[in-house]
Design a protein around this ligand. Structure first.
Ligand code: NAG
Ligand code: NAG
Ligand code: NAG
Ligand code: NAG
Ligand code: NAG
Length: 313
């Protein structure tokens, strides 16, 4: 295996030099139009890719079936350059110094190989260069890849009547602008992971405003947030009214239940009193009944008559 790869390296070098020389001599000696030669100046492009997405980097669009070897050289920050090569005739790939497994060839790379990064991370910031060796020459395409992170934009009221617009953990740093323009103080705080939090604190002392909006401009898209400065006062007064109403209702409930309890107790007291009264009445009635019975001379006489009658018989 190392032998074949050594030959591939040699072969690659040979192809590169031979065809580069051939291409330059051709162009200088003949006036016939170049077919698909891409001028080196146009071969570098800047590319912004959002973190967490899948990026696909393509090589120069060579339609010729004569593509021999495609080589990607990947230069990331703080890392040795990694080289990935694909040899078409043998359908073989090779990698040198490449430890990042999220960077790979597209699986259908046999025709026009592309490099894919999935998912893109901040560490993928760097320079990617594809070189395609064909019998017509060597073509390359370079990409300055910039990984972007959308900031999280928030707008809120700060201390002392200020309003704060914050674009948190963005990459690159976001731009914050205000409508209407105020007396603003903008700070950038770099976070450890190559993202930046931008915070703008404004006050509008000279000309009181009711609504302010902040625009967060960023490569990943612009955001606009606004805040109604009166509504919050209204909201707080509304909440005050709500609290007062709730307290009143609670007090009413407490007072009401106390009254109800008292009423219930009173009713029970009355019942007890009534019961007690009736007992007293009964007790008062009975002696009276016996008294009437005892003191009724008719009872006496009748019983006496009955008694005497019995005695007489
Ligand atoms: C591999 O990394 C070493 C440094 O660690 C560097 O000297 C070498 O050029 C790299 N090889 C390739 C093919 O980029
Ligand atoms: C080349 O190899 C890959 C696997 O490494 C395979 O998926 C692909 O079908 C092969 N292509 C050809 C033309 O043989
Ligand atoms: C904000 O209010 C504090 C007291 O609450 C005061 O000391 C400070 O000077 C104020 N800052 C500004 C910028 O007005
Ligand atoms: C960067 O760090 C900040 C705070 O530590 C975190 O909120 C944010 O998600 C991180 N961003 C990335 C892309 O790792
Ligand atoms: C975002 O806003 C900036 C100016 O603040 C503008 O140049 C840019 O075109 C806007 N981008 C988008 C995607 O709207």
């Amino acid at each position: 295996m190392p032998c074949t790869w050594r030959t591939l390296d040699l072969w690659l070098l040979l192809i590169s030099t031979v065809f580069l020389v051939a291409a330059s001599t051709n162009s200088s000696l003949t006036d016939r139009p170049q077919r698909s030669f891409i001028p080196p100046a146009a071969a570098n492009t800047s590319l912004s890719v959002r973190v967490g997405t899948k990026a696909v980097l393509s090589c120069p669009p060579i339609t010729s079936t004569a593509v021999q070897v495609t080589t990607w050289e990947i230069t990331l920050r703080d890392q040795p350059a990694c080289t990935r090569a694909y040899r078409r005739d043998t359908n073989e790939t090779r990698a040198k110094n490449c430890s990042d497994e999220t960077i790979s060839w597209d699986t259908r790379h046999d025709q026009n190989p592309v490099l894919q990064i999935d998912p893109v991370a901040i560490t993928h910031d760097g320079y990617y260069r594809c070189e395609v060796a064909t019998p017509e020459g060597n073509f390359y395409q370079g990409y300055h890849l910039q990984v972007t992170v959308p900031p999280e934009a928030t707008l809120f009221r700060g201390k002392n009547g200020t309003v704060v617009c914050r674009a948190a953990a963005g990459r690159p740093a976001a731009q914050i602008s205000w409508t209407p323009a105020g007396d603003c103080d903008t700070e950038e705080e770099p976070l450890g992971n190559d993202t930046v939090t931008v915070q703008s604190t404004c006050r509008w002392e000279d000309h009181p405003v009711s609504t302010v909006s902040c625009s967060v401009s960023h490569l990943t898209g612009n955001q606009s947030l606004s805040i109604d400065l009166n509504s919050e006062d209204q909201a707080s007064s509304n909440s005050k009214i709500l609290y007062i109403s709730i307290s009143i209702v609670i007090i009413l409930i407490i007072v009401g239940s106390i009254c109800l309890l008292k009423l219930g107790v009173c009713r029970k007291c009355k019942f007890k009193k009534i019961e007690a009264n009736s007992v007293v009445e009964e007790e008062e009635m009975q002696p009276y009944a016996s008294y009437t019975e005892k003191n009724n001379p008719l009872y006496d006489t009748v019983s006496k008559v009955k008694q005497s009658g019995v005695l007489q018989n």
